[in-house]
Design a protein around this ligand. Sequence first.
Ligand SMILES: [Zn+2]
Length: 125
Amino acid sequence: MKKCEYCAKEISYHQQYCGDDCHRRANQYYENCDRFSKLFMGVNVVCVFGIPAGLFILSVVKIVGAVIAGGSCAMLGLMLLIFPFPTEGMVKKFGIKKARSVTRIVGIACFALGLLIVGMLAFLF
Ligand SMILES: [Zn+2]
């Protein structure tokens, strides 16, 4: 069965979305993707490099490394919360609606983990 691109509900073959509402929301999502994708990619790259860089510095200067790694992790999480852009594979598998929720949950987990890393350091030193 074909699925609605937005909510993943089953639809007939000549449809793309199950209704006008899903169509509108999907369009809005793609518009936001276009508008914020550069910002999203930029922050993503900085954070994805920040975490291993922080972990590397961690072995030399503990506090600086942990702040960089934890800060990058928290920033990545915060960004996923504000701009929940899932990967294309996730959208295909779950539909936009569910893929966004999953991305938000990952964002919350990243944010919490980042805060935990920074928090633990503040506690230890
Ligand atoms: Zn739908």
